[in-house]
Design a protein around this ligand. Structure first.
Ligand code: AP5
Length: 227
């Protein structure tokens, strides 16, 4: 599938990735966005970018992110609402990391004109011990935001980004205590969205505990079948 396939009568894909930290949402959303020729909107990347630039939003969000807490709903709903109104979202978009609370889900429904029926929601499931393994080994490029894993997806030169040569870092919130808190936040505040969307949107659960290519092939099939 390419961008041109969405140009005429095909419905504009508006895709939501749900799943716990480390499920592979970012990995898969990035690939899928490239394949479909649509925009990936990662709220985690947007917030980290605001922090790096020292914007007022970034200054408010930083302490929450470092602790592994969710950033307040109003900030997220405002940030995403503004982003999806931009021109490059007219052809469709993938939301990676939003919504994460019931309030955010209702905010998204408001952006959809009060009806979540046009959303394609993909819930990625991965066992807890695998999530811990993935998050503890993840390394991240602060320049281009590429993600690596020390064992399963290492860069060509250890500790250096393949794309731009930047020294890779471990995210502050991938350290042990923050990871435990993020997973608890997911269980309490985000997992209920599975039932919320199951009744309102096109909904698929995907087993994310398989090789990246296998998961991606299934996702491509789901999204292609809809277009
Ligand atoms: P965010 O950046 O969105 O973090 P997250 O949801 O916790 O997701 P992750 O980036 O940890 O995991 P992922 O599922 O994208 O997995 P990835 O592809 O990287 O948010 C960070 C923080 O920002 C939040 O904690 C919160 O504070 C704040 N925030 C963001 N959005 C918010 C919102 N809506 N409301 C409130 N606060 C918000 O993969 C993980 C690792 O696994 C990588 O190393 C990767 O290489 C590897 N991997 C991926 N797929 C596979 C596979 N199939 N097999 C083996 N390894 C794999």
């Amino acid at each position: 599938m390419g961008a041109a396939d969405h140009a005429s009568n095909a419905p504009v894909p508006r895709i939501v990735f749900l799943g716990p930290p480390g499920a592979g949402k970012g990995t898969q959303a990035g690939r899928l966005a490239g394949e479909c020729g649509i925009v990936r909107i990662s709220t985690g990347d947007m917030l980290r970018d605001n922090i790096a630039k020292g914007t007022p939003l970034g200054q408010k969000a930083a302490p929450y992110i470092d602790r592994g807490d969710l950033v307040p709903d109003d900030l997220l709903i405002g940030m995403v609402g503004e982003r999806v109104r931009q021109k490059d979202c007219e052809a469709g978009f993938i939301l990676d990391g939003f919504p994460r609370t019931l309030r955010q889900a209702e905010g998204l429904e408001g952006m959809e004109g009060g009806d979540s029926g046009g959303l394609l929601v993909i819930n990625v499931e991965v066992p807890r011990e695998e999530l811990l393994r993935r998050l503890s080994g993840r390394r991240w490029c602060p320049t281009c935001q590429s993600t690596y894993h020390v064992y399963t997806n290492p860069p060509r030169e250890p500790g250096i980004c393949d794309r731009d040569g930047t020294r890779l870092i471990q995210r502050e919130d991938d350290k042990e205590s923050a990871v435990a808190h993020r997973l608890a936040e997911y269980d309490e505040r985000t997992r209920p969205l599975i039932e919320y969307f199951r009744g309102r949107s096109r909904f698929h659960t995907v087993n994310g505990h398989r090789p990246v290519e296998t998961v991606f092939a299934e996702l491509s099939g789901i999204v292609g079948a809809r277009a």
